[in-house]
Design a protein around this ligand. Structure first.
Ligand code: T1G
Length: 689
């Protein structure tokens, strides 16, 4: 409780005023905080005894930005700009004391201060672009003046934070301090006063504002951000810092910000921000459920997935044992891990020392007994039920009591796997996505008997591994793959009715996915699905015909597309066109031209329909969980918010009618709108309203 208001406290340490903000959990700059800051600055300015001001935050971090929950609501004065103007108008040194993550408006506030000191673990950044925005409190004008437009653009367009040592090296902060941060900031302020150091505002610095390298940097940084409005606005704003006077640049930044914050893309990305945090909360989890400690992990299987999962543990600093059946397979797996790390090092994404440190955390063995000391064992062996059950029966015998036993299956019945043990309460699914060391999604599959502390342990582990954990129930394909199967069915139909792989993929890529379904299947390998279909006695006319013709995808240089040696660029293949046209003829289908709109509807709507059934069955707890799964696991464009959010924007009545149209035309009853869609549409509601 502060003495200015609930969030802001004003105190003095002889001639130094200390303004401390405490608005847990992340000191978001909500209205009350801004009002308290403005008042504290007024008091500091008007108190002749005060020679300098320190702005610090209590809790785990300096301001982590504007309060995102206030966006879209009527603005309340003072705004952040007013607080920043008050700082710049203070004729006494103002020192920002940084710890945790000084982000967005919090970092912009610090940039308005005369000096910034930080603890060594602090990070600073402008992640607004991740919310479909740009820094709207002067960051696009002040940061380029401090570190140059090119470096500033890197931070602003990627939204990635910068660590304190780098910030010091780049002149963003003035000093890294040890010990008590506020005390060190007060000492720093005292030195500034004693030395009479000139008060130079960042806004008045022009020496770094060169256009050199800016255009190339802008092109390189935005090349892969197709379809998004915010990155282009970031580039325009930072360019303005080079070509316009400060006040004009600031004014233009404000206009760009207001356009983005009221736009659909930012609303969608803010939905994903909060849905991601909600997804980590399991609704029926009792407060008593406690995560178990994890100090050592084990992975069974050193294949592509097993190796990637092992890297996740090492990247998080957790020692991990990888178990493989034979020395050769093990060495192959460890070599693949080392090669992955070397690639990252060669791209400057990791230091060689850090690579060594992480590799040292990975131990490869061929004895399953080695899992005996692990707190969690993740099985990543061949996707075959009997193989998995054999492994779990052994783990039941060898793993220590209370160890978490997880399977990385991407669709098999976790309950059946759990029944291979005498401790089904410790068994669940941890479905990683390939490449496991890169993809952020982690589908946690809770079995019928999985205990709450086992689930809490998996969710906690997921966050430690830098993943976005989403807890789902058991069904074939869980959430993501179950919905994806609907898209595969429609892909086959579209190809039989008249579309070509390049047309289907172009429509899906234009919608915002990084890759179309045909190219994605070529990457995964058509033979994987072919084997599963044969096992289940199912047929996919075109895909089976392609496999029978040796078109397994990238691995054979031909799938739905052809791939030149060493290239991953899909090239339309006349042989494939022939196979498709022949398949249509065999079914007596008159091929017809199919437009982009119909392709997109048939790619997306049946998936949403399946998502509705998944909600009806309680396999997913919230529509937002499904959105998070698709954004982080399947390349759904974040600026469209996810399939369920997208459906709400379309209006469920429209979705119902289009699904009914396609169901009637194809005579496929499974395309009939789910009961949940019918009900919500009739009530004029959405999935999230
Ligand atoms: N506003 C409101 N709530 C926020 C928030 C924010 N800025 N940041 C976090 N929360 C909530 C979050 O929803 C969760 O709530 C709780 O705090 C803990 O968060 C003008 C326009 C700081 C790195 O984009 O990246 O400034 O679920 O679980 O993993 O230019 O939160 O507990 O109810 O994520 O330790 C720019 C957003 C805003 C940073 C901490 N700032 N936050 O991660 O905790 S736009 C950001 C984060 C802006 C200006 C512009 C992370 C974190 P609940 P958490 P964490």
């Amino acid at each position: 409780m502060g003495n200015i208001n609930r969030s802001v406290d004003f105190s003095t340490d002889s001639e130094i005023a200390v303004v401390t903000v405490d608005n847990p959990p992340v000191n978001a700059l909500k209205h009350e905080v801004r009002a308290g800051l403005a008042e504290a600055l007024r008091q500091a300015r008007d108190d002749a005894a005060v020679k300098a001001v320190v702005i610090a935050c209590a809790g785990r971090t300096f301001f982590a930005g504007a309060d995102i929950t206030e966006f879209g609501k009527p603005p309340q004065a003072p705004g952040l700009h007013d607080v920043i103007a008050a700082i710049e108008a203070t004729p006494k040194p103002v020192v920002a004391a940084l710890h945790g993550t000084a982000l967005g408006g919090g970092f912009e506030l610090a940039l308005a201060c005369h000096f910034r000191v930080a603890v060594s673990g602090a990070r600073v950044g402008l992640p607004e672009v991740k919310l479909g925005l740009l820094p709207g409190a002067g960051g696009t004008q002040r940061l380029p003046r401090l570190i140059g437009p090119e470096k500033a653009l890197q931070l602003i367009v990627t939204g990635e934070p910068m660590a304190a040592p780098k910030a010091l090296a780049d002149g963003v902060i003035d000093e890294i301090v040890e010990g008590d941060l506020t005390a060190a900031a007060i000492a720093f302020a005292r030195r500034v006063v004693a030395e009479g150091r000139p008060l130079k505002l960042v806004r008045d610095r022009e020496d770094k504002l060169s256009a050199e390298g800016f255009a190339d940097a802008a092109e390189a940084l935005t090349r892969r951000l197709r379809g998004r409005d915010a990155p282009a606005a970031c580039v325009e704003a930072v360019r303005n810092a080079i070509v316009l006077p400060f006040e004009e640049g600031l004014k233009r930044e404000g206009e760009l910000f207001r356009k983005l914050v009221t736009g659909d893309q930012s609303k969608a990305q803010r939905h994903v921000f909060f849905a991601e945090r909600e997804a980590a909360k399991v609704p029926d989890m009792p407060d008593a459920a406690k995560p178990r400690p994890i100090t050592h992990g084990a992975v069974v299987g050193a294949g592509t997935m097993g190796g990637g999962i092992g890297m996740c543990f090492a990247n998080a600093g957790i020692p991990v044992t990888i178990v493989e059946t034979g020395r050769d397979l093990l060495q192959k797996g460890l070599d693949r891990v080392a090669a992955n790390y070397r690639t990252t090092v060669s791209r400057g994404g990791l230091g060689a020392d850090e690579m060594e440190r992480r590799m040292a955390l990975i131990t490869g063995v061929t004895e399953l007994e080695a899992v005996g000391s692990a707190d969690v064992v993740i099985e990543a062996v061949f996707e075959e039920m009997n193989v998995k059950k054999r492994v779990f029966a052994n783990l039941d015998r060898l793993a220590k009591p209370n160890a978490l036993l997880a399977t990385n299956t991407s669709m098999l019945d976790v309950n059946e796997i759990a029944r291979a043990t005498a401790r089904p309460e410790d068994v669940l699914g941890t479905h990683f996505f390939s490449p496991a060391n890169v993809m952020r999604l982690l589908e946690i599959v809770r079995g019928a008997q999985t205990s709450f502390d086992a689930i809490a342990t998996a969710v906690g582990l997921g966050r430690r591994l830098g993943k976005v954990p989403v807890t789902v129930g058991v069904c074939y394909g869980f959430v993501g793959n179950r919905m994806l199967a609907r898209r595969s069915i429609e892909t086959e139909r579209l190809l039989l009715e008249g579309a070509l792989p390049q047309e289907v993929d172009a429509a899906v890529v234009a919608f915002g996915f990084p890759m179309g379904p045909c190219a994605m299947m070529d990457l995964a390998g058509l033979d994987v699905g072919w084997r599963i279909r044969k096992g289940r006695g199912e047929r996919a006319l075109i895909e089976d015909a392609l496999c029978e013709a040796g078109h397994f995808g990238q691995k054979t240089g031909k799938g739905y597309f052809r791939y030149e040696a060493g290239s991953r660029t899909p090239v339309p293949d006349p042989e494939v066109e022939g196979i498709i046209i022949e398949a249509s003829a065999r079914l007596g289908i008159n091929r017809r031209p199919i437009g982009e709109e119909e392709i997109v509807e048939r790619m997306i709507f049946p998936m949403i329909n399946e998502g509705a059934r998944i909600l009806e069955e309680g396999i997913a707890a919230r529509p937002g969980d499904i959105d998070v799964i698709w954004v982080y696991g399947y390349g759904w464009p974040v600026w469209r918010g996810g399939p369920m959010y997208y459906a709400d924007r379309l209006r469920l009545a429209h979705l119902r009618d289009r699904l009914t149209h396609y169901a009637d035309r194809s005579e496929d009853g499974t395309l009939q709108p789910a009961a949940l869609i019918r009900r919500l549409a009739a009530e004029g509601r959405g999935f999230t309203s």
